[in-house]
Design a binder for this molecule. Structure first.
Ligand code: SF4
Length: 420
């Protein structure tokens, strides 16, 4: 029986198609959305799409309230040199290329210290896989940041990087993650997931971390008390059924471990991605359409919201305006300020590398919601009441590229050129 807001919302949805309405009703009643029902929902169009987003928005309200969170953080992509050749990646360079760089440890720490002085609570560190990397490099890097900034949350190393660390060091995944944690690692990014379907992976990124390996790194991290985010990359050759199966896999992990902090849909930035620009992958789409982006976030709220709570919309991928709209389609988080952004920028994203707290607040308030700064684990740092504005030094920076540098300047300058 439907009661209260859910019941009245459902009653007002009598115009929804007959195959869609019962699925939405069950979701509103608190039942898990099955894979089959999720796949049916991927096909909604027209007014049914409005119904889906309306229900996602109601679920968001129940699960996460009206607060929209963000984290003040800085990305540090310390090298673009990589032994892999993922066809969606425009960031990586071969070690022989002039544009290959590797930031020295001292520069990485300097960037983290600068972030701390600007109010960042997190550094997000991910990079390419340089050849012959010292197997303990990620551990040493973590230790160096911890020594300089004991209170900084280190959100670092994709499962692909963790796996590379184990290969290079000879340690097991458990041993490697245990050492990373002891060195001060806070959380892992749940990237290098793309689509968790081996057939798709073999087409878009042959030789990349496999589905079982990705699950192994993530579940081992969770077992050790290292929480992770989770992601999906869509808008290439996958079908919507892959989205749903990907979410179902994440949901089953979450039921076992409770270790995911959030789900972040990342649509493909296609224009510079070799799979698209060089025609490496037949049939690749030019990223997700606007409708697909909306559907993805609404479906994520229905499939994952009950156990994940936090669904993020990414201004880096979608731009601030669409990211804002997604707050009405199931999202409750706008991600981070970033300060530096290389991976999407190199692939052709046009949205810059810094959105300061004041702009995030403007987007959130304009959406009728309440802004709050959070930490990496979704602890609230400060909820802003009506009329209260953030006082962040980040908002006083007029030219982020001049102040913090950029990917294009870095690879063109030859500074920090990678040498073996
Ligand atoms: S996505 Fe990561 S592993 Fe793949 S080529 Fe790019 S930097 Fe390397």
């Amino acid at each position: 029986m439907n009661t209260g807001a859910a019941g009245s919302l459902l009653a007002s949805l009598d115009w929804v198609s007959r195959d869609v309405r019962p699925i939405l009703a069950r979701a509103l009643d608190g039942h898990e959305v099955s894979v089959d029902d999720g796949v049916t929902l991927t096909r909604v169009a027209g007014r049914d799409l409005h119904a889906l987003t309306l229900v996602a928005d109601e679920m968001r309200r129940r699960q996460a309230g009206d607060v929209v969170t963000y984290v003040v953080n800085r990305n540090i992509n310390f090298t673009n040199v990589c032994i892999k050749h993922c066809t969606f990646c425009a960031f990586s360079r071969d070690h022989r290329e002039e544009e290959g760089y590797l930031l020295p440890l001292a520069e990485i720490v300097r960037r983290a210290e600068e972030a701390a002085s600007l109010g960042a609570t997190e550094v997000c560190i991910q990079a390419g896989l340089p050849p012959k990397l010292d197997g303990r490099y990620y551990i040493d890097l973590t230790r160096a940041i911890t020594a300089a900034l004991p209170n900084m949350h280190i959100h670092a190393f994709s499962p692909e990087e963790v796996l590379y660390g184990t290969v290079r060091s000879g340690l097991s995944i458990r041993e490697y993650l245990t050492e990373l944690k002891a060195a001060g690692l806070g959380t892992l990014p749940g990237t290098s997931a793309e689509i968790l379907d081996q057939e798709i992976r073999d087409v878009i990124a042959r030789g990349r971390i496999t589905v079982p390996q990705w699950v192994d790194v993530i579940t081992t991290a969770h077992a050790l008390g290292i929480r992770t985010t989770s992601t999906i990359m869509y808008g290439h050759i996958e079908t919507p059924a892959h989205w749903i199966r990907h979410m179902a896999l994440l949901r089953s992990i979450q039921k076992d471990t409770g270790g995911f902090t959030e789900f972040v849909p990342l649509s493909l930035i296609h224009s510079e991605a070799p799979m698209y620009s060089k025609g490496l992958v037949p049939g690749v789409r030019p990223g997700a359409t606007g409708i697909e982006v909306v559907k993805m976030h609404a479906l994520a709220r229905l499939m994952l919201g009950p156990s994940f709570r936090n669904i993020q919309s990414s201004w880096v991928k979608e731009g601030p305006k669409l990211a804002q709209l997604l707050l009405a389609a199931g999202a409750n988080d706008l991600g981070g300020t970033l300060i530096n952004e290389s991976i999407s920028t190199s692939a052709g994203a046009q949205y810059g590398q810094l959105v300061g707290p004041a702009e995030l607040h403007r987007l959130i308030r304009d959406a009728g919601r309440v802004p709050a700064q959070r930490d990496t684990l979704y602890g609230i740092v400060h909820t802003y009441s009506d009329g209260e504005d953030p006082e962040s030094p980040l908002d006083k920076i007029d030219d982020a590229e001049a102040r913090f540098g950029s990917y294009r300047r870095l690879i063109a300058s030859g500074a920090f050129r990678f040498t073996r």
